[in-house]
Design a protein around this ligand. Sequence first.
Ligand code: GLA
Length: 726
Amino acid sequence: MAVIYDPQTKQYSLHTANTSYIFQEREGFLVHLYWGRRTEGDCAYMFREQGRAAFSPRMERCEGFILDDIPLEYPCWGRADMRTPALEITNPDGSVIIDPRVAGHRVIKGKPGIKGLPAVYAENGSECETLEITLRDEVSDITVKLYYCVFAERDIITRYASVTNGNSEPVFIDRAASASVDFDRINYDVISNFGTHCRERNIERAPLKHGAFVMSSRRGASSHVHNPFLILTSPRADETSGDAFGFVLVYSGSFTAEIAANQFDTARAVIGLNPDSFRWKLLPGETFTTPECVLSYSGEGLDRLSNNFSSLFRERLCRGRYRDIRRPVLLNSWEACYFGFDADRLMQIGDSCADLGIELMVIDDGWFGKRDNDRCSLGDWFVNEKKLPGGIKRISDHLASRGVKLGIWFEPEMISPDSELYAKHPDWCLHYVNRPRSEGRYQLILDLTRQDVCDYIYDSVAKILREGGIDYVKWDFNRNMSEAGSPSLPADRQREVDFRYYLGLYSVLERLNRDFPDVLFESCSGGGGRFDAGMLYYMPQVWTSDDSDAIERLKIQYGTSLVYPMSAMSAHVSASPNHQTGHVTPFDTRFTVALTGSFGYELDPTQLSEEDREKVRSTAAFYKRYGDLFARGDYHRLRDPHTENCSAWCFVSKDRSLCVAGYVLTHVRLYGNNERIALRGLDPEATYRETSTGARYRGDQLMNFGLHAPTTLEYHSILWVLEREE
Ligand code: GLA
């Protein structure tokens, strides 16, 4: 059993194959005891009351806890815990206090869904057990429920909370985190991510220091700047050893992920909705539910942690027919021709795709309204007949006759002030009355807190999809929120806009998923500005970055791989010199880097040399041959491009019979070390044959000594395919 409650000691033990997470009820509070390698025994002794008062009041006439010094499961604001809380509520009388105590619990087989929100799911009742704990604040009549969903075989626990107002008047929720964990020490490293447009999810690692370390977004999107995940490790942890604790939020809007080292040298992690852009009015009888947070612990370093998260997200967050299979090899028109296309040009590109073995062609931005640049027409989702006479159908029919599928770009959440939609509905965008509206890329954001706007978005996308011939949608979101008000909501609900927007978006995406189960949806936000677990529930892949440069992508994809599956990262071979950086990179290297994601090309195939056309043909064929490995295998990071002069990785099939490994030299160090790349995850006893040279190696040699790698030609790469001999 994954969830065990001991009524004698009032301990709740959540066990997975390799980990345990244990807490206990004491005086009605839930006190955290342990999170780490699996243990079976009574953990009550782990609780230590140290009496460190230091100006922190004691509960109940100086006889109870010093709450400020107790490891709590879901800390609430208002009594004597002065650290960052998980829950903060303003009561009808203005008091800011919530003090719920345990009122009961139950264990549910399987995993309940979270209404209106993306969430990890179980496929059958036996792969997950859910502990629901009810806490009640008798004074304000508020019920808090904590959910712990335990995926025993995956070393995963997910958490979320709900708040129900039993009062006869409204209350305000000022903060409601998805999860909070207290650690009894601070000697951890924090692995954080940072970035911007075209430079997402770079990684930094630093020892936790006193004070709060916060990664957050108040941008109305999970954002390019910080991604909603947080990792804590023991100081010397590396890929294969040491403790690693991970938190990933399943949400796409503003968030906060904080880890604070407090006065008594204890640490608290809190992750969830960003309270700076949130305040929720909860009417009598209503329940508010937070987004879900996924937690995992690995006692064997980061590699295991990443594989725990990525296989869960791949198999129990992503949905639909593309979930388990390699994705079609596609060509995207954006860097091939930007806005400069017409039907003939697209059909020529499509003919080239057919010739080169590319399975799907995507018409990116520019096919609708009167859009020839980024200044107009978002919202006018009808075909520009001047550019594309005969519509999309004519192109999809042409492509179908050549055996190529068609994909299409939308940016449905946006509206251009220069559009027919805006002329009709100037009040449909997020804005405050009598305030100017800041534009980003000449566009405003539609107000998805409104049902009529959500319906319009659904209808306009569905209409194009129903015309037929479209197998793929790239769903873009090219600015962040500002002046994010909704005049359709009353004054005391304006801080609900960020969250309500995402409830609206998720409802549209849910309908589209339901009604178009055969369409492959790809999320995008100027590349990876909304690469989060929330979007993965609706779209199994994401355009990882608008930086398509192979060398830059090494860091972006490395950082993303810490918690997300490689199959979720859309990665394309682009032209050289690269359009963003000017780097000149060999074709093989661009391929080696793009190969690890959902693969495609971002170039004009009609302009390629015969040599490069042959390369496209052979690389498309390679991806088709090994694509299942990239879709389902384990991914191992072997070299860190942030700190080393190269990058290396390998994919290994679950049965260890196949391995594809890649290496890219990013900076030549003349007369430097003999570089050799030690692989991971192979069968040590087996013999593997490298297919291009025919050389044979034992698995233990490949893992303990490794393969020699070139050290002299900058930006050059090598790809090894190793097949186990039976
Ligand atoms: C965003 C996307 C690009 C492309 C453009 C089109 O920047 O990330 O891939 O689709 O929009 O305007």
